[in-house]
Design a protein around this ligand. Structure first.
Ligand code: AMP
Ligand code: FE
Ligand code: FE
Ligand code: ZN
Length: 286
């Protein structure tokens, strides 16, 4: 029998991943995973089709999302889990992010234009990642990774990494922070929706003072299991979570073919953690 593994962090083509939500569920089953959460950036669009398929296949799919937030000007990613996907607080925050993203994307395109690089709003909205997407337009949560792909398609850069290091990364020539939605507002919203708020990939938080601040906020968990972090770092995060009696979560941050180094199922949570979250969710929607 396969040991229990549930991957609580992955992206579909409704944000900056390349797989459809259905592909993610089929892949999770193929890999022998016992549970999954699709955590797109600032959108729950994946659940429109994923929930139905998961129900039909009796595959435990835990509602999740990865919200972009800001603390003292620094970006912070917050995972939300185990709420109802139709919850009005969560839906309202997603709407606010749609507006934030569209305004910010326009400003990034304007900055690129000033640098002599032409990408239209229409090109961004109609971005095609797979040839088979030709017939239907996907309601994507658009952001810098999509602009990076267009920069590659236009031959301006040769990789997503180069697009970030030359143009789109924090402080670079075409960077724009966008409306800053605070960590506190985001945690509040997840709590209003009776979900769990979790600090995502703490090792990607550059300034240690930011993580120190976050550890004092009313989070419910910390993502300690993540690809390519050292056993020492992982142990440090586990200790931080345990001291606060927070849940310890984990996931691959799989994005499909745009980030081939992160394979689905390479980081996961055990049955005890998954059951705790899934039970909470099941009781909520019963
Ligand atoms: P956005 O949500 O538009 O701010 O874009 C942030 C997303 O871009 C992150 O969640 C990552 O998936 C991706 N990203 C951020 N920095 C980099 C980088 N240096 N190289 C590649 N992808 C990145
Ligand atoms: Fe991403
Ligand atoms: Fe993230
Ligand atoms: Zn992610």
């Amino acid at each position: 029998m396969n040991p229990f593994r549930a991957d609580l962090h992955c992206h579909s083509h409704f944000s900056d991943g390349t797989d459809s939500p259905e592909d993610l569920i089929h892949l999770a089953i193929e890999l022998g995973l016992s549970g999954l959460s699709i955590t797109d950036h600032d959108t729950l669009e994946a659940y429109e089709t994923a929930s139905e398929l998961a129900n039909r296949l009796h595959f435990p799919l835990l509602p999740g999302i990865e919200f972009s937030a800001s603390h003292r000007g620094e970006p912070v990613h917050i995972l939300g889990y185990a709420f109802s996907v139709s919850n009005t607080y969560i839906q309202a925050l997603c709407q606010r992010h749609i507006k934030r993203r569209s305004e910010r994307n326009l400003r990034i395109l304007q900055k690129l234009k000033r640098l002599g690089i032409q990408i239209s709003q229409e090109e961004l909205e109609n971005i095609q990642i797979h040839p088979q997407e030709a017939t239907h337009k996907i309601k994507r949560s658009l952001g810098r990774p999509h602009i990076a792909l267009l920069l590659i398609q236009k031959g301006v850069v040769s990789s997503i990494k180069e697009a970030f290091s030359k143009y789109l990364g924090e402080g670079k020539a075409a960077f724009d922070p966008g409306e800053r939605i605070t960590v506190e507002e985001t945690i509040d919203c997840i709590h209003q929706a009776q979900g769990f708020a979790v600090i995502a990939h703490p090792q990607l938080i550059v300034k240690s003072s930011i993580l120190r601040d976050l550890l004092k906020k009313p989070f419910d968990g910390l993502e300690a299991y993540y690809a390519r972090i050292s056993p020492q770092e992982e142990a440090r995060y586990i200790k931080m979570a345990e001291e606060r009696q927070w849940i310890i979560t984990g996931g691959s941050d799989y994005h499909g073919s745009v980030k081939p180094q992160n394979s689905l199922g390479t980081s996961w949570v055990n049955q005890e953690t998954f059951d705790k979250l899934y039970k909470h969710y099941s009781e909520l929607v019963d």
